[in-house]
Design a binder for this molecule. Structure first.
Ligand SMILES: N[C@@H](CCC(=O)N[C@@H](CS)C(=O)NCC(=O)O)C(=O)O
Length: 202
């Protein structure tokens, strides 16, 4: 059985959502990211020396880290779930284009704020940058239900999670009407709702 190492509400939620969309059973191990300990007192750094979530222990004991890589692995391992188009199709690279954008332009611009690592005087500029990145996602969602053609993918799982951080960092979701409607639409998916309940987010 797979084990997902997560912290409730963190970027690991994107992998959690994908696992629930796939519908396979898996275990959850919660990580305290401050102390790098597991709920049973174990040392998370002994599991994942990067000290970050997500990490996924595969059925054969292999540990895979990096959310975008884990979700690509899951998408490719369960192709029938339609979470990642096949290798060689342009649709796949459209999904990966969004995954990379979300990881490098949105997620990693938010990380310093989440850590409290930004000086008060630098905050307005940091928020302006993040809002400009969310604006790209908002316009990408104009007139469509998901980021790419063909339905919900690993990119949507990831965007849903980082868009959910807006209130935490003080961004008004109302500025992004397409994203606001999208968040509600994605939250109503049974797999997403189940992941949110399991992480005590609702
Ligand atoms: N490159 C990693 C980054 C993951 C990441 O930023 N995880 C955050 C939670 S959203 C974390 O574990 N932060 C604690 C830390 O960096 O010490 C990935 O994409 O999976």
């Amino acid at each position: 059985m797979k084990t997902l190492y997560l912290r409730p509400g963190a970027c690991s939620l994107a992998v959690h959502i994908v696992l629930r969309e796939i519908g396979e059973e898996f275990d959850i191990a919660e990580v305290d990211l401050m102390t790098k300990t597991l709920a049973d007192g174990g040392d998370y750094l002994a599991v994942n020396p990067k000290g970050q979530v997500p990490a996924l222990r595969l059925d054969d004991g292999t540990l895979l880290t990096e959310g975008p890589a884990i979700n690509q692995y899951l998408g490719d391992t369960y192709p029938g779930c339609g979470l990642l188009p096949a290798v060689g199709t342009i649709d796949r690279y459209r999904v990966l284009e969004w995954v990379n954008y979300i990881a490098t332009e949105i997620h990693k611009n938010i990380s310093p704020l989440a850590r409290g690592g930004i000086k008060a005087e630098d905050m307005p500029a940091a928020l302006k940058t993040i809002e400009s990145k969310f604006a790209v996602a908002d316009s990408g969602l104009s007139g469509r239900d998901y980021l790419t053609d063909g339905g919900f993918t690993i990119a949507d799982a990831y965007l849903f999670v980082v868009a959910g951080w807006m209130p935490m960092i003080g961004i008004d979701s109302g500025k992004f009407p397409n994203l606001l409607a999208y968040k509600a639409r994605i939250a109503s998916r049974p797999a997403v709702a189940a992941a949110m309940v399991a992480e005590r987010l609702v």
